[in-house]
Design a protein around this ligand. Structure first.
Ligand code: SAM
Length: 282
């Protein structure tokens, strides 16, 4: 018995099903069920919502989410070797765990869940940022999720919560803070994982705001911020050259000096620039 449920300890599950970690799939497993239950608690009250989990692996966080009362968990896992272990969890929690084998980048979770849902995951590092940006930039807002509780490398977590003027401030900070509240909830040393990764990790909790902090078109904002930070050491009039022939005027109309660098520009100013660019292109 592992403490939070009647299933075997995760080390036994891994041994029974031969789940040696594969680097190519970003596999660093959490085996401490008290820790996975703690992460699940950060996701808030799970009893009234469905939860989407990406990359359940042997099921440590899945078990945490279910033990903390999640109404239903939809877990998308690419590694078919994990499916028998996940089937054992599904049997222990009848009707509350649905597992889909596949690539999270290809599967539409809304075909299986009723929004608004919560997202909770110890993300595979190779797809984590891409999924986060996708979840943050749908055309319509509010999105299909009400909160996201996500594990990242510590450095990525710091980029999500960074403020203007800091080294970590960039595309992820602007897109995350534009339409959500983001905070680092738990910090974890490499030793919390099996095998231990080279770097520390952190759980970030993001709560969707009812409306964006400032009006802007998601695709235009994403585009202009990516361009601006792509050459972060250049003045904006140079970094954004090619974005629009009148870029200096557009920057000025957004209250941004054309000689400014991207890391000094606030979220409000980036949104104003995205609006000006969209109008100028119309
Ligand atoms: N949730 C487990 C835990 O906390 O122990 C495993 C986390 S491990 C960091 C990432 C998991 O994501 C692995 O099980 C891996 O097989 C899976 N994975 C990797 N790429 C994926 C993808 N594109 N779609 C779905 N799952 C993926």
């Amino acid at each position: 018995m592992a403490g939070i449920d009647n299933l075997p300890p995760l080390r036994d599950v891994i041994a029974t099903h031969g789940l040696s970690a594969r680097k190519s799939l970003g596999q660093n497993f959490l085996l401490d069920l008290n820790l996975t239950a703690k992460i699940a608690r950060q996701a808030g009250d799970l009893t009234e919502t469905d939860v989407l989990e990406i990359g359940p692996g042997p099921g440590g966080l899945t078990r945490g989410l279910l033990a903390e009362g999640a109404r239903k968990v939809l877990a998308i896992e690419k590694d078919h070797r994990c499916l028998p272990a996940l089937a054992e969890i599904a049997a222990a929690y009848p009707g509350r765990l649905e597992v889909i084998e596949g690539d999270a980048l290809e599967i539409n979770p809304l075909e299986h869940l009723t929004p608004p849902i919560r997202i909770a995951a110890n993300l595979p590092y190779n797809v984590g940022t891409e999924l986060l940006v996708r979840w943050l930039t749908p055309k319509e807002w509010p999105p299909f999720w009400s909160s996201m509780t996500l594990m990242f490398q510590r450095e990525v977590a710091e980029r999500i919560v960074a403020t203007p003027g800091s080294k970590a401030y960039g595309r992820l900070a602007v897109l995350s803070q534009w339409r959500s509240d983001a905070r680092i909830a738990i910090s974890l040393p490499p030793g919390a994982f099996t095998p231990p990764p080279k770097v520390s990790s952190a759980v970030v909790h993001l709560t969707a705001l009812p409306a964006p902090r400032y009006e802007a078109d998601a695709k235009t904002l994403e585009y202009v911020v990516a361009k601006a930070f792509n050459q972060r050491r250049k003045m904006l009039r140079a970094a954004l050259k090619g974005v629009h022939p009148d870029i200096e005027d557009l920057l000025t109309s957004a209250d941004i000096s054309p000689t400014e660098r991207a890391e000094q520009v606030s979220l409000e100013q980036f949104c104003a620039l995205a609006r000006a660019l969209k109008d100028a292109r119309a």
